[in-house]
Design a protein around this ligand. Structure first.
Ligand code: FES
Length: 520
């Protein structure tokens, strides 16, 4: 399956097809128009359709063709930013609601799988959080002292208990024979699944209940109000009582949300291992960035999925080396690895206070909703979005509304807020620097580079036949200079996570239009 979100292929793309749909080809009306056919959009559509609402889902790619097909699909309530941090920023009540909502999301996925009879490899299993031995001994990597590092499990155990997860326990080691994790926390009743098979099942459920799905349909203008409108770039109009923007990061919001979250690129390898040689479970360590591991069973062998090596999107172009680093880390701990079958990357939106933004879009009329800020927990946050936005549209009380409110201000996250926005401000210095190369002659076939020409910066790609494709390097969102991603063959914006294919066509927001032609 070719990808429209980058060149690499994830295990999900390699092992399942999603149902094909046609582009929208008429003007139409619906109760709710949902833009984005990833897990947040599809879950919202499915749950609203079950309530009797007419729904339309639009996506410029295919179902799950954004970041949902690039996840490792851990389903967990063991928040990866740590419960003691969520408690610091959102208080004890916020931490309890976060625990409840992620737990409810896993339960809801399990219920939908059963009700719809979706064959998506869903299974319950335990999750294990451990402190890497080298980290414990040296206090390295994130500057923690040894005492801080060894203390982290104890603090998290107590905070998880206060958040209501009273069955979390500390044990001597995770159930991995090939290396001793040392003391770890066990989070029971986590889960995993195949996200594209799950979305295929959701799509069948949506359509059975009268919902409509249109792919290959780019939403170019979205407006709320008495009659909300979504205009598509192929010239059609959807009017609706409400619209939901579930595009990983909102393409309808110019600034507000994008100052409160930051895009990070994360890397994954799929390693072939003998069947049953690693206990099926979810594993994480406490490094920053942390490693995350799970097992996906296959017919002849299992696949060990190992992720990590995150960096701010568009601010490094060394994906091959990061995959090498992951392989080295994995082979040291899992010597049964027989070979590396898959390498891919994805993008995570990190909210400055660790909680997704789900609900009414600040500054818009009341009937515009967003879901963003997956925080590395996209499968549960996406499902929470479906439940919460459905409640808001059905005018029901939902106890999670304030916690996830996109308009919230978390004063205790002001340091993280300042740090991320200083980082963005620094990216504008790219206007003053030279290009990656002096001239297009230096660009190899199949590669891209930024070139300075007079006062302008150009994003130049040389295709496999040697033909050059030049676009402006200025991101149409807020004007940062994009950079080349040689792993995915995309242009990535270092400011808020927009990405464009090698020819400059937008594939991920917040930008919602292509890189301009050089004569525009
Ligand atoms: Fe905001 Fe590019 S994503 S300037």
């Amino acid at each position: 399956m070719a990808s429209n979100s980058g060149q690499t292929i994830s295990i999900w793309m390699a092992t399942a097809d999603v149902p094909a749909h046609s582009p929208l080809a008429e003007n139409t009306h619906t109760d709710v128009c949902i833009v984005g056919a990833g897990i947040a959009g599809m879950t919202t559509a499915y749950l609203l359709a079950r309530e009797g609402k007419s729904v339309i889902v639009l996506d410029d790619g295919r179902i799950g063709g954004g970041m949902t097909e690039r996840t490792t699909a851990h389903l967990f309530n063991a928040i990866d930013d740590r419960y003691f941090e969520i408690e610091r920023m959102h208080g004890g009540k916020g931490a309890r609601l976060a625990a409840q909502s992620h737990t409810a999301a896993i339960d809801r996925i399990e219920a939908i799988v059963a009700e719809e009879g979706i064959d998506c490899d869903f299974e319950r299993l335990d999750g294990y959080l451990f402190v890497p031995p080298s980290h414990e001994l040296n206090g390295e990597s994130n500057g923690d002292s040894k005492a801080d590092s060894t203390d982290v499990l104890e603090r998290e155990l107590k905070a998880a208990h206060r958040a209501g997860l009273t069955d979390v326990e500390q044990i001597k080691r995770a159930p991995i024979d090939s290396f001793d994790t040392g003391m770890c926390l066990r989070f029971p009743r986590q889960a995993q699944f195949h996200p594209l098979k799950y979305l295929s099942g959701l799509s069948r459920g949506i359509e059975r209940q009268g919902g409509r799905i249109y792919t290959g349909t780019h939403a170019s203008i979205m407006e709320g109000g008495a009659k909300a409108r979504v205009e598509t770039s192929n010239g059609f109009l959807v009017t609706a009582d409400a619209i939901v923007i579930a595009t990983n990061t909102p393409i309808n919001d110019l600034i507000t949300i994008h100052t409160k979250q930051a895009p990070y690129t994360t890397y994954v390898i799929g390693a072939r291992i003998p069947r049953g040689s690693v206990t099926k479970a979810l594993y994480w360590d406490t490094l920053d960035s942390y490693h995350y591991v799970r097992v996906q069973a296959g017919d002849h062998y299992d696949m060990l999925l190992v992720g990590g090596e995150d960096h701010k999107s568009g601010q490094a172009d060394d994906g091959d080396q990061r995959h090498v680093n992951l392989e080295g880390w994995a082979r040291e701990r899992f010597p049964m690895i027989e070979g590396i079958e898959l390498r891919w990357s994805g993008q995570v939106m990190e909210p400055v206070d660790g909680i997704a933004f789900i609900g009414r879009n600040p500054g818009d009329p009341q009937n515009v909703y967003i879901a963003t800020g997956d925080s590395g927990m996209g499968m549960t946050h996406g499902t929470i979005a479906g439940i919460l936005i459905t409640d808001l549209i059905m005018k029901r009380e939902c106890p999670w509304t304030a916690l996830y409110d996109p308009a919230r201000k978390t004063l205790r996250a002001s340091l993280e807020y300042a740090k991320e926005n200083l980082n963005v401000a620094a990216q504008y210095e790219d206007y003053l620097t030279g290009g990656d190369v002096e001239s297009a002659e230096e660009i190899a076939q199949g590669e891209g580079a930024i070139i300075r020409r007079g006062m302008s910066k150009l994003a130049v790609y040389r295709d496999e036949q040697g033909t050059l494709h030049e676009r402006s390097a200025v991101c149409p969102h807020l004007g940062c200079i994009v950079s080349w991603n040689s792993l995915e063959k995309t242009w990535n914006c270092p400011c808020h996570g927009s990405s464009f294919d090698r020819y400059g066509r937008v594939i991920n927001g917040p930008a919602n239009s292509e890189l301009k032609g050089v004569k525009d």
